[in-house]
Design a protein around this ligand. Structure first.
Ligand SMILES: Nc1ncnc2c1ncn2[C@@H]1O[C@H](COP(=O)(O)OP(=O)(O)OP(=O)(O)O)[C@@H](O)[C@H]1O
Ligand SMILES: [Mg+2]
Length: 138
């Protein structure tokens, strides 16, 4: 069905659903699955405060990825985990379009507290710019 799936996670409940769905798709397709988390960083990052903040976010992100890893291994799925730094939407788009993914999976919403809109900006931007099919899991 699919040969290589990318799933984007940000620590939200919505992304957790996207992950569960993509694990299921990977197991029925017997295909490779990569998991990406982007530590959001829009500043230059050369001041001590920003570097410390990014390091702190990276440590938290690695802990999150470890949790997801044990979840997947429990289901006998062996994803590759990627931790990137930058603008989440742009980074996901760059990675999905530069490699041979045939599906990218995201949640509808993420960590933002502003929930008036149905879709978050990352899902919206990836839907607009990814060259492969996009699945947004509700
Ligand atoms: N930093 C990130 N790294 C990886 N995936 C992400 C990241 N941020 C969001 N995503 C993916 O995009 C989905 C939708 O999140 P999004 O950020 O668009 O919504 P939001 O946080 O509710 O709103 P917004 O960020 O636009 O204020 C998440 O469920 C997740 O799959
Ligand atoms: Mg967000």
């Amino acid at each position: 069905m699919f040969s290589k799936i990318l799933v984007a996670i940000d620590g939200s409940e919505s992304a957790k659903k996207a992950f569960t769905t993509s694990i299921y798709l990977a197991s029925v397709s017997k295909c490779r699955i990569d998991v990406i988390h982007v530590v959001s960083c829009e500043f230059g990052g050369d001041s001590a405060a920003s570097l410390e903040l990014v390091e702190d976010l990276k440590i938290k992100a690695n802990l999150m990825l470890e949790e997801y890893k044990s979840d997947a291994l429990g289901k006998d799925i062996h994803p590759k985990f990627m931790l990137e730094i930058g603008d989440p939407a742009n980074m996901i788009i760059e990675i999905v379009n530069s490699k041979d993914y045939d599906l990218v999976v995201l949640g509808t919403r993420g960590m933002s507290v502003f929930k008036e809109l149905f879709l978050g900006s990352v899902s919206t931007k990836v839907m607009h710019h990814a060259k492969c099919p996009v699945m947004v899991v509700r």
